[in-house]
Ligand binder design. Structure first.
Ligand SMILES: CC(C)(COP(=O)(O)OP(=O)(O)OC[C@H]1O[C@@H](n2cnc3c(N)ncnc32)[C@H](O)[C@@H]1OP(=O)(O)O)[C@@H](O)C(=O)NCCC(=O)NCCS
Length: 192
């Protein structure tokens, strides 16, 4: 069983400033070239296939750079995005979905993720959306802490039960209310 903590924040909160503890770094959107270079670095866990599919769905990524080196990133979707083990998350307006966040181990603990996360908000505000939603595994303390700094508040949970090729999930009321869903395209599921 997994417990997914669902968190949400308004997009119009002030952006978290770029941390200064790592010296000069830049936070900006990831372009095709960045993604190509990132795919060659296994530490970043960002394959060319993943990036191509995400871009194809219209998703955006933002990252932190020291010079040309990408050291942290996060993706954002307006519709649906893959999670681990073949599961997908689906969302709809006025919410967008923040997913696949990573800071390289050597650069963790400097507040990069909050700065990257809030940097993407302006783009999605312009697209007419008003909130971002994300989920964190309940045991991922570092991610929960990073989320706090990005203004997230916990709104509910999804309990995910798996056995063999089957699964079922239970969403708390607030999660059902915002229309966030988890699904696995090719398997039998039971939803509530
Ligand atoms: C979760 C993650 C993206 C946070 O990124 P970050 O840029 O380090 O975020 P922050 O700097 O705000 O640090 C968040 C917390 O990480 C913990 N942390 C600090 N230094 C750390 C280190 N060197 N290594 C691991 N965790 C550390 C601290 O608890 C910190 O909170 P605190 O500052 O209140 O003490 C990063 O830990 C990571 O890439 N983890 C692996 C991938 C992952 O779990 N992604 C999220 C999936 S939902």
């Amino acid at each position: 069983m997994s417990i997914l903590v669902i968190r949400s924040a308004q997009l119009n909160a002030p952006a978290v400033p770029t941390p200064t503890s790592l010296g000069h770094l830049k936070i900006r959107g990831l372009n095709e070239k960045d993604l190509e270079i990132a795919a060659a670095n296994p530490e970043l866990h960002l394959t060319a296939e993943f990036a191509r599919a995400a871009k194809g769905r219209g998703d955006l990524a933002c990252g932190a750079f020291i010079g040309d080196q990408l050291i942290a990133y996060c993706w954002r979707s307006e519709r649906s995005a893959p999670e681990t083990n073949g599961f997908w998350i689906r969302i709809s307006p006025p919410h967008c979905y923040a997913y696949k966040a990573l800071t390289l181990p050597a650069f963790r603990g400097h507040g990069l993720m909050a700065a990257i996360t809030t940097r993407l908000d302006a783009e999605y505000l312009q697209r007419g959306l008003s909130s971002r939603v994300s989920f964190v595994n309940s045991s991922n303390y570092a991610s929960l802490r990073a989320g706090d700094k990005a203004g997230y508040e916990t709104i509910g949970r999804i309990l995910l039960l798996r056995w063999s090729q089957r699964y079922c999930h239970i969403r708390t009321k607030a999660v059902r209310k915002i229309g966030l869903d988890i699904y696995r395209p090719s398997s039998t599921d039971h939803t509530s």
